[in-house]
Write a protein that binds this ligand. Structure first.
Ligand code: SF4
Ligand code: SF4
Length: 104
């Protein structure tokens, strides 16, 4: 079971802009994302943003392979009705994962 890391949002500031709390989980980014059906049905990229919001640091690391399927097409960012910038958050999570794999 994943634990909640209350310092995760602060840790991520070194890798990405701090916009995850702008997300109100509407699902527009998931609906527009051109990735394969397996990821779309599993709420990508919204689920990753939700992990950030709830401090599920380990869930990001456990599902890191999904981040590398992102095409960086920008559609999620362009259609997000808030200022969450999901595309940039995904990029920042990749930087976070790389930094943590280097520590292993
Ligand atoms: S990142 Fe934007 S589009 Fe995606 S669920 Fe959150 S508010 Fe909606
Ligand atoms: S940038 Fe990545 S997460 Fe966003 S819509 Fe494109 S493929 Fe999906």
């Amino acid at each position: 079971m994943s634990t909640v890391n209350l310092d995760f949002a602060e840790e991520l500031k070194a890798f990405s802009q701090d916009t995850a709390l702008e997300c109100f989980n509407c699902g527009t980014c998931t609906a527009i994302c051109p990735l394969g059906q397996d990821l779309v049905s599993d709420n990508f990229p919204r689920r990753m943003i939700r992990y950030v919001q709830v401090g599920a640091r380990e869930s990001i690391l456990e599902n890191a392979n999904e981040l590398w399927k992102c095409l960086h097409c920008g559609l999620c960012t362009h259609t997000c009705p808030r200022q969450a910038d999901p595309g940039e958050l995904i990029l920042g999570l990749k930087r976070f994962v790389i930094a943590n794999f280097r520590k292993v």
